[in-house]
Design a protein around this ligand. Structure first.
Ligand SMILES: Cc1ncc(COP(=O)(O)O)c(C=O)c1O
Length: 347
């Protein structure tokens, strides 16, 4: 039985397999292809790299004077591993290099050293499904204040960590679809304040929109540009589907790797896509909608501001098809880089 067949066997009897997003979390927890490999016991929960050394995740600590912590002056990226393969590792590394350039920090590691470190951190844990985060921070403020104006005067630092794979929406939430609230109180910070294409740590707009969504009884938030267009959701890109056309905001958002993967999938199955400004009203009037992130893949939306999309509850058919295809392809080696589990660092 293939992984997808075994997933389909687990779908509720009331629905046919093709109508339901597969229960990826359950498969990760139970299928032998996803079992954690042998590892040192202190790395059972995760691993980290702090400036110049590796350590177990529960011993990882940031120096309190680092501007990455005190001023969110840092960029980061997240790549995931599933079934022992990184997905689109080169794209994530390329985006990270561009993020560093945009905020004028320099990565202490070159591209090859960075990849090796990410492999080694996963290898320490033995995780077959992992969330792999890394960042370059500005470092600490120079004592001489005049040097604060010179990015080259800072000693930039690298941090990284690996945790088990994280879902923004778990199996149940993906099968029911997320109920999202379009934030009324907060907008996405404008691109000429903080460039959203540099994946950065300034997240208070998203955090506040999530608390607002919680207060309104929703599962997740969507934020706008304040000028009538939706741009993103916390930790994720947004897509709307109307009359079979899949559209996603062109600007004011991170150029998500899962967003691009979704556009590629649509292209592959012959679905028309548009990357353009998307009005908030279009989300409310959509037949289907979903968010995308490395943390969960393609995650269906059920309702927007309390209104079920497409006039009925649950994920839409095209969203579900894309969701399942995304995982099927990943588990069949789509843009995969196998983790080198044999190369353990000397920490
Ligand atoms: C603000 C924001 N938008 C979009 C995304 C999705 O990007 P990706 O698909 O590369 O994970 C993320 C991921 O963390 C994010 O933080």
């Amino acid at each position: 039985m293939t992984i997808i067949e075994s997933a389909q066997a687990q779908t509720p009897p009331s629905a046919t397999a093709s109508e339901m997003p597969i229960r990826v979390g359950e498969i990760m927890a139970s299928h032998p292809a996803h079992h954690q490999l042998p590892h040192a016991s202190e790395y059972a929960q995760g691993s980290a790299f702090i400036i110049d050394h590796c350590c177990p995740i529960d011993r990882a600590a940031i120096p309190i004077t680092d501007l990455g912590f005190s001023r969110a002056d840092a960029v980061y990226d997240v790549v995931t591993v599933s079934r022992g393969n990184f997905f689109r590792l080169e794209e994530h590394q390329q985006r990270f290099a561009e993020s560093c350039e945009r905020i004028r920090v320099s990565n202490p590691l070159n591209r090859e050293q960075e990849a090796k470190l990410l492999h080694q951190l996963v290898a320490l844990t033995g995780f077959k499904d992992a969330y792999v985060w890394w960042a370059v921070t500005r470092g600490k403020t120079p004592m001489d204040s005049s040097l604060r104006l010179k990015p080259e005067a800072f000693e930039n630092r690298l941090y990284a960590y690996v945790l088990p794979y994280i879902f923004i929406a778990n199996d149940d939430r993906r099968q029911s679809g997320l109920n999202v609230a379009v934030s009324r109180d907060y907008i996405r910070i404008p691109p000429n304040a903080v460039d959203p294409t540099a994946k950065n740590l300034n997240g208070l707009d998203f955090a506040m929109s999530l608390y607002e969504a919680g207060d309104r009884g929703a599962d997740w938030a969507v934020v706008t540009d304040g000028e009538g267009h939706v741009v993103e959701a916390p930790g994720s890109n947004l897509f709307v589907i109307k009359n079979g056309v899949v559209s996603t905001p062109q600007s004011g958002c991170l150029q998500g790797v899962t967003r691009q993967s979704t556009l590629d999938l649509c292209n592959e199955v012959g679905v028309k896509t548009e990357t353009r400004l998307v009005k908030t009203q279009e989300l409310l009037d959509a037949d289907e909608a979903f968010v995308t992130s490395s943390a969960g893949g393609i995650m269906p939306i059920n309702s927007v501001d309390g209104k079920p999309l497409g006039g009925c509850e649950g994920p839409g058919a095209l969203t579900t098809r894309l969701h399942n295809l995304y995982w099927e392809k990943r588990w069949n080696g789509w843009d995969a880089t196998p983790v080198n589990y044999d190369d353990l660092p000397s920490c």
